[in-house]
Design a protein around this ligand. Sequence first.
Ligand code: ARG
Length: 459
Amino acid sequence: MGKLWGGRFAKEMDKLLEQFNASISFDRRMYAADIKGSIAYARALERVGILTADETQAIVDGLDAVLAEFDAGTFAFLPSDEDIHTAVERRLGELIGDVAGKLHTGRSRNDQVATDMRLYLLARISVLREHVQTLQRAIVDKAEAHLDVIMPGYTHLQPAQPILFAHWLMSFFWMLQRDVERLDDLTKRVSVLPLGGAALAGNTFGIDRAALAAELGFDRISENSLDAVSDRDFVAETLFWAALLQTHLSRLAEDLILYATAEFGFVELDDAYSTGSSIMPQKKNPDSLELARGKTGRVVGNFVALLTTLKGLPSSYDKDLQEDKEPLFDTLDTLELELPIVAGVIATLRIHPERMASALRDDLLATELADYLVRQGLPFRQGHHIVGQAVRLAGERGCGLRDLTVNDYRALSSHFGDDVHDVLDFRRAVEQRSVPGGTATAAVMAQIERAKALSGRLQ
Ligand code: ARG
């Protein structure tokens, strides 16, 4: 069967090129957006007198019938169906005859595909937004349920200062909150209607683009037809958004994988989110989180792939732009599956406060001693140096900072008093950090309240 654009061609397309050129295998998933856009476009053509009311009705009914075939999974593809746009138009012609040929008046696949992509993406990102918020709520719930648990905080993965487990966990809430905000911001730029831009120069039939935008639920219309048909910034932004979100998920996964090791033992994954080994019967592996970490490669790769495609493209539409779809779809599919799994891992995670407590080494309190000396009037740098000597002394004796005597401390500095051991307390160290954003219980509770309001968890 001939191509919809076959008029000027005397020869059939090379079979391999037909395969190379076709996007139907992956763009068929945009059928609902394509048909929705076409129904709105038929109505717009009617308003400018290109279609009669009867013709419009025939086209709309025909498109509804095509939609029903797709929904039912009965749509029969032909080898000549190059992409979703030509497939729908071909089937419409079979169902309603020649009048179908009027639908494409003043429209190009260039503005059509850009419109489809945006419509399709708007639907998908609202689902992803929900998934991110579900994960945020799982984090808030888990943090709130274990508000009294203290764990070692790390920098450089070396023990640093004691923190609340809830404070550690909530740090991921705020990364995800920025992801939600970034998504809301980029959604504004997805919600722009390119239709009416036609091939590159605009539509000759006086189509009311604002009405089309309103009917299709877009916030705005594009301002320049050349830009409209080639703008894939909205795809690039979405892929960057996803790459950064994926990076956050990967960091969360990495912490949890580490904390779930036998050596740390701070947390334990639920069986539902773990797998076993085919050879070692004792193993319970955190595959869910390893994959959440591992998916970062493909999601970041998809972003880089699109930017590389866009770089150096001549003005307006080029077929290279067909390469926007697979990276986008792959990233959306990846996150749509992954986010609920990560939320499930968090919701079902078991916490072992006693293992965290036994990992609280005296070194984590060194800063408390330096702060003590500051309160006695010493400059912090001097206090830091003196406490460094105390750490060394304890190291030499193979004991902890709490095991050094008042005399030991006084030998290092006369500023140490009898009360020096009072500051060597993990709970006290945590509660001292009551600055907004700090790890003290009250500060973390305030943080959680703000997070609840943002994630829709406040009753
Ligand atoms: N399948 C094409 C794409 O995804 C549709 C646009 C084709 N336009 C064209 N002038 N050949 O980009």
